[in-house]
Design a protein around this ligand. Structure first.
Ligand SMILES: [Zn+2]
Length: 139
């Protein structure tokens, strides 16, 4: 896939922050994806493996240590459960979230070039943090 572009006016994510998902929904070994944007009319993101429970400091809640095989220096990061979508199994919880994101995003982001919406960043301490949680944490 070509390098994704960053649109000047990316739609804000109004879905992920309201997602209610239990920490125990995920388990070590699960294959998950963090949705980062749209490409060719479909959602895309980084596929990762759930490694072990880990404290997510930006939200002060239980998170998961994740291994991102293409993460380079940031191969191991900690994410909040609501950022994650199962790839390894089809479960209703994750499908509902994906559907909601598709309904919201796909009509707004058109064209065939991959678009990174810039919703996530990784902190110096290896914490994956969503733009909404950055605001909430005041940093
Ligand atoms: Zn799931």
């Amino acid at each position: 896939m070509p390098e994704p572009t960053r649109p000047a006016f990316a739609p804000a994510d109004t879905i992920t922050c309201d997602r209610d998902i239990a920490h125990a929904h995920f388990a070590p070994g699960d294959q998950v994806v963090v949705i980062k944007g749209v490409a060719d009319g479909e959602l895309w993101g980084d596929a990762m493996t759930v490694v072990t429970p880990s404290w997510h400091t930006p939200t002060d809640e239980d998170g998961w240590r994740l291994r991102n095989p293409i993460g380079g220096a940031q191969s191991f990061i900690t994410g909040h459960p609501r950022y994650l979508v199962h790839l390894s199994k089809r479960c209703p919880d994750c499908l509902i979230y994906l559907r909601a994101l598709e309904d919201y995003l796909l009509p707004k982001v058109l064209g065939d070039k991959p678009v990174d919406l810039g919703w996530y960043r990784v902190t110096d301490l290896g914490q994956l943090v969503h733009a909404d949680d950055t605001k909430a944490a005041g940093r």
